[in-house]
Design a protein around this ligand. Structure first.
Ligand code: ADP
Ligand code: MG
Length: 644
C-alpha cells in the first residue's frame, strides 16, 4: 500500500482508543473536566458497566455558549496556552483530547450553562459528527451524557470485560477521586442505585471511612502532617515535618494515612498515590511504601495507603501516559525518599508485642458473655498495637523507646537511598524481608505484626510449659515466649553475624559420609555458591562433603532432612537474588527444630537471655512473633477481679 495520510475520522478514532479504552477511562476524563471547572458536587450515573450509558452532572463553571463547539475540536483546551504551561500543569486535563475522543466513539450530548448566561445550550454528536446544537433551560454547570459507547468501533467493544468488571473499574476511579478531593460531594449511581457517596467534609479520614469502611479507617496511622495541623503549625512557627529538599530546593510534602501493620490486604489495590491531587499509579512509590513496612508485613501482604504527594508542578511531568495515570518526577529519588521516610515515621510509633485479648477492644462484657467465658475457647490471640495516644506524635521524631526502628540509621535518608538504589538496580529489596521464600509462608499468610527492633522488657523466667513455651513475668504482666521461634531468631542472628562480620562465610565441618543428592538441576548448580557461603560444600557435584560447623551436634538424619528442605526451596524459588536469604532462614529453622526438646529452667533462662541479646528479639527468622503478652488487666478481667 502506498503511504497516505489517514482521513481525520480514522485518525481520531485511533487516538481515541488511547485515551478512552474503556468506560472507566471516560468517567475519569469527565471527572477531570468537572473538577477542573471548579465543581463542588458531581453525580455520576452509569448503566451496564458504562457501555450503554454514562452521565456526569457537575455544578462547575460551565462552558460559554460561543465556545461549546470549540470544546469538541481536537487540541481545543482552555487550560494550556503555550509550551511553558505544559511544564507547570495544575489542572487535571491539558491535552484538549477527551471530548473529541469520546464523541468520536459514542453518541454524546453535552448541556452546559455558565453563571452569566440565562439559557444553557445542548450540543449532540454521533460518531464524532455534530448532530444538533440548541438553547435549553439548564442548571449552572455541565451535564455530559454518553450512550452506546464504541457502537462504531466493534473491535474495541470486543475487548470490554464483563459488565461487573467494567463497573468495578468505574467504582475504583470514583473512589480514587473521592480520596484525592475530600471536599467534593461525589455520588455514583449504578443501575439506578446509589452505590457510593463521598462525605465531602474535607476530611481525608472521613473519606477513607466512606471508601473502605470503618474498620480500615480505624486502623489508619496518620502520615506527615494533615493540612489543618499544617495551618496550626504555621501559626506557632513550628518547623514542618516530612519535607525533603530536592535538588532545586523545591519541597516535597507527603501526607495522608497508612494502615497499621495488623491491617493489610493481599493486593496493591488499596495503595493510592495522589500527586498534586492527581490519582496516579507508581511502582516506584509502591516500593517506597513497602520498603517502609519491611519486616512488618508478611510477604504478599500490602498496606492500605492514601498518600498525598505535593510538590512544585514544574517538578512533575504529567504528560507521559495516554490516560494520565502515571507521572514522571524530575527528581525521582527525592520523592522516593520523602515517601519512604514519611511512612516509616508514621510506623515508628508502633510497637509490637502482640498481646492476648480475650474481648473485643472497648466492649463491655455483659453477664451472659462473662458466663460464656468460663467455657469454650476464650482467648483470641491478636496483636494489639501500643499506639501513641496523640496521633500527631506519630508524625514527630521517633523516640528510641517507642520506635520499632530504634536504630536511628533506619530513619535517615541513607537507608531510603539504598532502597532506591536497589530498586534502580532492578531488585525488589525483598531479600531483606526475613520471611521470603520460607517453607512456612503459606501456613502463616495472615497479615501480622511481626518484627521489632524494640528490646525485650526485663523478664523473669518462671518455667517452661506445654513442651515449648516459656512463661515469664515482666513489667506489664505475663509474657509467653515461643521456644522454637526464639531459638530460630537466635540461630538466625548467629548465622547473619557469621556471614556479615566474619566476611568469609560460615566455617564447615566434614561429613564422615557425604550426603548424596538425587540429581542436580541447573537451579541447584546455580545456587551452589549460596550453599557454599553457609558452609555446605559439594552441592554442585550432588555430594555434600561438608556442612556448617553449627550443625555439628545435630544427628545425620536431621541434617539430611534440612538439606532436602533447602534443595526443595531452591527449586521453588525463581528469584535467584532471594536464594541466599532463603537458605539462611531455613538453616536457622533447621537448627531450631533440632533443638526443640523441652527445656529445664536453666536452659529456658539461657534461651531468653540469648533472645534478649538479639537485634530483633520480637520476631522469628520468618517474621512471626516470638513473644506474646497477657497483660495484668487482661488477667484481672478474665478472673473477674473487682478490687478485692
Ligand atoms: P482538556 O480537559 O484537556 O482541556 P477536554 O477535551 O477534556 O480537554 O475539554 C475541552 C475543554 O472543554 C476544556 O478545556 C474546558 O474548557 C471545557 N470543558 C470540558 N468539560 C467541561 C466541564 N464539565 N465544565 C466546564 N468546562 C468544560
Ligand atoms: Mg479534559
Amino acid at each position: 500500500m502506498p503511504i497516505r495520510i489517514m482521513p481525520p475520522e480514522l485518525a481520531i478514532k485511533i487516538a481515541a482508543g488511547e485515551v478512552v479504552e474503556r468506560p472507566a477511562a471516560i468517567v475519569k476524563e469527565l471527572l477531570d473536566n468537572a473538577i477542573d471547572a471548579g465543581s463542588t458536587t458531581i453525580r455520576i450515573e452509569v448503566r451496564t458497566g458504562g457501555q450503554d450509558y454514562i452521565r456526569v452532572i457537575d455544578n462547575g463553571s460551565g462552558i460559554p455558549a460561543d465556545e461549546i463547539e470549540l470544546a469538541f475540536q481536537r487540541h481545543a483546551t482552555s487550560k494550556v496556552n503555550e509550551l511553558d504551561d505544559l511544564f507547570k500543569i495544575n489542572t487535571l486535563g491539558f491535552r484538549g483530547e477527551a471530548l473529541p475522543s469520546i464523541a468520536s466513539v459514542s453518541k454524546m450530548s453535552l448541556v452546559s450553562r455558565t453563571e452569566g448566561e440565562r439559557n444553557g445550550i445542548e450540543i449532540t454528536f454521533e460518531g464524532g459528527v455534530m448532530t444538533s446544537k440548541e438553547a435549553r433551560i439548564a442548571p449552572r454547570g455541565t451535564i455530559v451524557t454518553i450512550r452506546d459507547l464504541f457502537y462504531n468501533v466493534p473491535a474495541r467493544q470486543k475487548f470490554l470485560k464483563s459488565t461487573t468488571t467494567e463497573q468495578g473499574a468505574i467504582s475504583n476511579i470514583v473512589s480514587q477521586y473521592a480520596l484525592a478531593f475530600p471536599h467534593l460531594h461525589l455520588t455514583l449511581v449504578a443501575e439506578n442505585r446509589t452505590s457510593f457517596q463521598s462525605p465531602g467534609t474535607g476530611s481525608l479520614l472521613d473519606t477513607i471511612r466512606a471508601v473502605y469502611g470503618a474498620e480500615i479507617a480505624g486502623a489508619m496511622l496518620p502520615v506527615g502532617r494533615q493540612p489543618q495541623q499544617e495551618q496550626e503549625a504555621d501559626n506557632s512557627q513550628e518547623a514542618t515535618m516530612q519535607q525533603v529538599g530536592g535538588q532545586n530546593g523545591e519541597i516535597t510534602r507527603v501526607w495522608g494515612y497508612t494502615s497499621r501493620p495488623d491491617t493489610s490486604r493481599g493486593t496493591r489495590q488499596y495503595v493510592n498515590f495522589l500527586v498534586n491531587h492527581r490519582p496516579v499509579q507508581s511502582q516506584n512509590l509502591s516500593f517506597a511504601v513497602e520498603d517502609a513496612y519491611r519486616t512488618l508485613l508478611m510477604t504478599g501482604r500490602h498496606p492500605i495507603v492514601v498518600l498525598n504527594i505535593e510538590l512544585d508542578p514544574r517538578m512533575v511531568d504529567a504528560n507521559v501516559h495516554p490516560q494520565k495515570v502515571e507521572v514522571k518526577f524530575a527528581d525521582e529519588r527525592n520523592v522516593f525518599i520523602a515517601v519512604q521516610q514519611a511512612v516509616r515515621q508514621a510506623l515508628s510509633g508502633y510497637s509490637a508485642v502482640p498481646s492476648i485479648n480475650p474481648l473485643p477492644r472497648g466492649s463491655e462484657q455483659n453477664e451472659e458473655e462473662q458466663e460464656g467465658l468460663q467455657f469454650g475457647p476464650t482467648y483470641v490471640a491478636r496483636p494489639i498495637p501500643e499506639m501513641s495516644s496523640q496521633p500527631q506524635e506519630a508524625a514527630g521524631p521517633a523516640t528510641p523507646q517507642s520506635s520499632i526502628f530504634s536504630d536511628s540509621s533506619h530513619l535517615d535518608s541513607a537507608s531510603a537511598n539504598q532502597a532506591f538504589d536497589r530498586l534502580a538496580n532492578g531488585s525488589t529489596g525483598a531479600q531483606d524481608a526475613a520471611q521470603v521464600g520460607s517453607p512456612h509462608e503459606q501456613r502463616t499468610g495472615a497479615g501480622q505484626v511481626v518484627e521489632s527492633r524494640k528490646p525485650l522488657p526485663p523478664l523473669r523466667v518462671i518455667g517452661s510449659v506445654a513442651g515449648g513455651y516459656i512463661v515469664c513475668e515482666g513489667p506489664d504482666g505475663m509474657y509467653i515466649v515461643d521456644q522454637r521461634r526464639a531459638e530460630e531468631r537466635v540461630q538466625y542472628e548467629r548465622i547473619l553475624a557469621a556471614l556479615r562480620h566474619g566476611g568469609k562465610g560460615i566455617s564447615s565441618i566434614a561429613m564422615v559420609e557425604p550426603i548424596v543428592l538425587g540429581s542436580v538441576s541447573d537451579t541447584l548448580r546455580a545456587s551452589a555458591a549460596a550453599f557454599a557461603k553457609l558452609g555446605f560444600v559439594g552441592v554442585a557435584a550432588a555430594r555434600i562433603t561438608a556442612v556448617p560447623a553449627m550443625l555439628a551436634n545435630i544427628d545425620r538424619a536431621q541434617v539430611s532432612n534440612l538439606v532436602d528442605e533447602m534443595v526443595a526451596a531452591m527449586l521453588r524459588q525463581q528469584d535467584s537474588s532471594l536464594w541466599q536469604s532463603t537458605l539462611e532462614i531455613i538453616l536457622a529453622q533447621g537448627i531450631a527444630s533440632a533443638n526443640a526438646a523441652p527445656l529445664d529452667i536453666d536452659k529456658a533462662r539461657e534461651l531468653v537471655a540469648q533472645l534478649e541479646g538479639c537485634a530483633m528479639p520480637r520476631a522469628s527468622a520468618q517474621g512471626l512473633p516470638t513473644i506474646i503478652l497477657v497483660s495484668k488487666s487482661q488477667l484481672e478481667r478474665e478472673f473477674k477481679r473487682t478490687g478485692f
